[in-house]
Design a protein around this ligand. Sequence first.
Ligand SMILES: [Zn+2]
Length: 730
Amino acid sequence: MRLRFVAFSFPLFLFACGKTPKPQVADSALVTAADTTSAPDPDAAAPAPDPDAAAPAPDGAAMTDTTPDSTAAATDFKVLLEQFADLRILRYRVPGWDALSPKIRVLLYHLSEASLASREISWDQTHPQGLLIKRTLEAIDKTYKGDKTTNEYAAFEVYLKRVWFSHGIYHHYSNKKFEPGFSKETFARLVADSDPAAFPLAKDETPAALADRLMPLLFDPTIDTMNVSLDAKGDLIASSANNFYARGITQQEVEAFYADKKKNGGDKPVMFGLNSKLVKNADGKIEERVWKVGGMYGAALEKSVAHFEAALPFVENDNQKAWLEALIKYYKSGDLADFDAFNIAWVKDTDSTVDLIHGFIETYGDAVDMRGSYEAIVQVKDPESSQRIAAISAEAQWFEDHMPYLPQHKKAQVTGISARVIDTVLGTGDSGPTFPIGVNLPNSDWIRREHGSKSINLGNIVTAYEEVKKVSGVLEEFASGPEAYERIRKFAPLADKLETDMHEVIGHASGQLEPGVLTFSDTLKNYASCLEEARADLVALYYLPDAKLAELGLVKDSELPKAGYEAFIQNALLVQLARIPLGEDIQEAHMRNRHLIAAWAMEKGGPEVIAKIEKAPGKTAFVINDHAKLRALFGELLKEVQRIKSQGDAKAGAALVESYGVKLDPVLHKEVKERWDKLGVAPYAGFINPRIVPVEAGGEIVDAKIEYPDDFATQMREYAARYTILPVEN
Ligand SMILES: [Zn+2]
């Protein structure tokens, strides 16, 4: 599952821990294992677009002070590349590339190729004519001979980029079909003035006939409106336009088909339906067309497998070899029991530098939650973050002993939770261009129970989001003044990471219940998730200025904790309001928790701790006047939230959330939204991948280089040229 939790400073993420809807824009949200233990948040279902994202800066937004990087000249690495429709295109780096051995780099090359080889599966899964549309638009893009300077052509280019971005004609987030932005007549003319040989024509079909065939689907909003329908009133399968079920199959038929299988699945059931399309055969009987070598999508999967096989001589250790071989076996057999065997082998491999997610994994794209969307994430361990987390984790007992809790609420023996931070080398399919920022797999319940799971944070993706925030104008707009803005700009990204680390590693893990008290979700019910997140956030806020972090070498500048506090308050009381519809209260657990903490501290401390000011006419801001007192207040509130949890004090817990976490000042809310809108920041973001280039010697691949392309369309064209493997109809 994709996890998304977010903690601090500017991040505005909505998702609570647990299974979430298809993950989307995630500026600087982190998630780890700790979050899987808390209850899924019932309010987290309808995330609004993330308002805290970056718009192109007028100066081209070159990043000047990024994190240390041994590979690229840090001075001119542009993170934010372009913005179109409601999307921004960013890019990320792999900071540790140069320090990897050539052998590992070759391994990464093959895994990347194995990932890209099957990328077109995504368009076919999204709609039965997804590849027909993609190839048609690409043919125009490649061969159109007419005037490319017109507004209509510009609209076509945006449309194609959107189709590339979301693997089809549906918005990657809302799942609703988006409109072309140009007329049918324009479409006909674009097709007519392109090279007929470039189009994926059916037998005896003319380009004009192809255009006519596609017109209704592209231009009529009433046809195949939703890619995934979650409207429980109708037939979920019939009303979803994706390609997981042959047209005409009903939800009832699907349920009947799997009912017996599920009943007889035993206590270690495979994930039924995960790797196939459901069709009716010539006799009208329902059957699975399995996605495997020699089966549906066989041509692409065969190429993936060839690269996996080529990767085998380059594995780091036996554990890694075991899962790679298991994955090959699974793609060849299509047997879901082999997929389980792969997952069991995969969770065992926790020490390798390289890791991989590959295949039909998440089921958010299927309205009935069975069929997996293709995705791949190629990863390397992030040495810097892993060190940071290890340092905190090793001191977990020290942190527990120094918590401001009542003595009986401290754990005598606590173990820090170790989350793994990785750097993405490549993401595709369901995980690219839009990336999750955290993933926890496998999804099989019994494997998780018996063999465990792996959680990762995508460190370099989060870093890219943080970098891009610096040029979005958001920080400056909502900071209390130039001094705070500079401090936040400079120190908040690291403060944010430390807070997230502490939230996960020592926050959720700390504290204990009094004897006989039930779990938090039993005692606090719908308030539990908000209060649990508040507890973990408060642990992080409480320790951020502590001398212990300096002693551990994690904080080197006393301005850093100040920046962390300022960013937190600014986000909690201002920025996050931008994503709440006018007239509504705060619903989502993480947003409530942040507001609760800030509003409580403001009330208790008064203006000598946090003052509300008007920094310019119509521009409200919050100034922290006493950081030390604010820390003491965070400690006081932490003690109280822990007491509520430890004693199961439902009344006090509910009062805390209702008094400080829910209600908004409508005047301020409106002001924030207006200020936000003026910044013109596109709400969704995606990434282009680095290019992994093989280095050959004597006819063999002996090393690989990394390059950082900077144009989205160019990368999509390059991919189209190299990985057009599947037929248009599968
Ligand atoms: Zn959490």
